[in-house]
Design a protein around this ligand. Structure first.
Ligand code: ATP
Ligand code: MP5
Length: 452
């Protein structure tokens, strides 16, 4: 068995961005996110950050060609993309070299960086059109790039369609997708012209980070082509990938912050870690159920664990026990399975806590008793509380606002991070003790100390 055939490879022919947001760096991270081995031919070194491009140093056309040949001859290329190509001599060398091989080629016709710096010389535009576009399996221009290539002004979706068609029928690309990031529409719509037909890809406009969107989007398409997906399917996956990457963007630097390519694998991986860890802890809780029994509230107990702070935004990002944990004979039992979004109250308590202390991602609730609080204090835990009778009217009137208000009030009351927050209840509201910790294991450790 030759295991090598299970590893797919994608090549990026592009410039390096020292800020790690766009170019070669964005492409490699994207390839990794899709489980594809990344290969590179660096055409230029840029000294760049989120605010500006400070210097550009182009690699010689011969060395660019040699990089492509070195990897294609030995390793093999399942799909390739181009990004920043900088000058006409590099463009000609790239065209001459890729022609010798048969891999699909995605062309991202990078012209100007988000920060405003030109990444393609004015006099290289004709070379791009003459030598590179006809070799493209797909061209991925944004609005200004599509205007330059097609020669028409783009304001509407219809204009974007016309431009995509011109790039295919007049410039000789196999397909073109005009991206809607710079179009003033209500959604981020990209229009593909392929095999004589149009297809639209839509996603909501999201707030986040957009440096390197074009690079990551075209790299995601390339990675999926390398994995053997058809063009339209590869674009569909790339569109999902880029929307998530923008939404959970890496908020670094003082200028345009970069897309977060890690999200694609990090969220599923973290979800699994959370699930495994909470499952183990709930099992342990059931094992020591006899001593927990007296502390189970009338409304039942829950045990929650949130995704890391960057990904924890709503109760859907927090795992808990469906149907809660209840008294059962002489022990306690989880009613349902562990699911994300299974808890509302406790999940909102943890989400609020994480705004102050991002490392505290887990919590469990017990019935209040003076004895528990005394033992907590004896064990050296930091204890705080809130009083529902002090809740402002406007908070009371807002659905779901009491718990976040309570947690914030309790945290601000104390100097330092609480381990435990309690409240004494109110009309028809049971008094409760909440134990917080970094992980379910940490919460269990505290719980054991309180109930020994
Ligand atoms: N705010 C946003 N929300 C959702 N999708 C977006 C947003 N901005 C851009 N996109 C999408 O991201 C992809 C890249 O499009 P964009 O037009 O930003 O490319 P670009 O200008 O070449 O990117 P860059 O120059 O930053 O590398 C497209 O699918 C586009 O629709
Ligand atoms: C090396 C390199 N390649 C491409 C871009 C375009 O990305 P953006 O438009 O997001 O700045 C860039 N800034 N740097």
């Amino acid at each position: 068995m030759d295991a090598r055939k299970y590893v797919k490879t994608a090549l990026t022919i592009a410039g390096s961005d020292s800020g790690g947001g766009a170019g070669i760096e964005a492409d490699l991270k994207t390839f990794s996110a899709f489980g594809v081995h990344g290969l590179v031919a660096i055409i230029s070194v840029t000294a760049q950050n989120t605010q500006e491009v400070r210097a550009i140093y182009d690699v010689s056309p011969e060395v660019v060609a040699k990089q492509i040949e070195a990897v294609a001859d030995d390793i093999g290329v399942d799909a390739a993309k181009t990004g920043m190509l900088s000058n006409a001599e590099i463009i000609k060398a790239v065209a001459r070299t890729v022609k010798k091989y048969e891999f699909p080629l995605v062309v991202d016709p990078v012209m100007i960086a988000k920060s405003g710096a030109p990444l393609l010389r004015e006099d290289a535009m004709d070379a791009l059109i003459e030598y590179i576009i006809p070799l493209a399996t797909l061209v991925t221009p944004n609005k200004p790039e599509a205007e330059k290539l097609s020669g028409i002004k783009i304001e509407t979706l219809e204009d974007a369609k016309k431009a995509a068609k011109i790039i295919v029928e007049e410039l000789g690309a196999k397909a073109a997708i005009v991206k809607g990031g710079h179009l003033n529409l209500s959604e981020a719509v990209d229009v593909l012209y392929h095999a004589g037909k149009f297809r639209e890809y839509r996603a909501p406009f999201v707030e986040g980070c957009t440096h390197g969107t074009g690079c990551s989007f075209s790299a995601a398409i390339t990675a999926n082509l390398a994995k053997g997906k058809g063009l339209e399917e590869a674009i569909k996956v790339a569109k999902e990938f880029i929307t998530m990457g923008i939404f959970y963007g890496a908020r670094i630097g003082k200028g345009h912050c970069p897309v977060n390519q890690n999200v694609w694998i990090e969220i599923p991986a973290e979800k699994w870690r959370v699930y495994e860890s909470l499952t183990k802890a709930v099992r342990e809780l059931e094992r020591i159920g006899d001593r927990i029994l007296p502390h189970v509230p009338e409304v039942g107990m829950n045990f929650v664990y949130a995704l890391p702070r960057l990904y924890a935004r709503t109760p859907k990002d927090v795992a808990g026990v469906k149907g809660r944990i209840v008294r059962f004979g002489n022990t306690v039992k989880a009613v349902g399975s562990i699911e994300f979004g299974a808890s509302s109250h406790l999940a909102r308590a943890v989400l609020k806590f994480m705004e102050f202390y991002p490392e505290i991602r887990s919590a469990l609730n017990l019935r209040y008793s003076r004895g528990l609080i005394d033992r907590a204090q004896k064990n050296g835990f930091k204890v705080s509380f809130y009083d529902r009778r002090e809740e402002p009217e406007e908070i009371k009137a807002k659905e779901g606002a009491t718990i976040p208000w309570g947690i914030e009030t309790a945290i601000k009351r104390l100097s330092g991070r609480p381990d435990i927050i309690y409240h004494l209840g109110d009309w028809e509201k049971e008094a409760m003790v909440l134990i917080f910790g970094e992980s379910p294991e940490d919460v269990l450790r505290k719980l054991k100390m309180l109930t020994e």
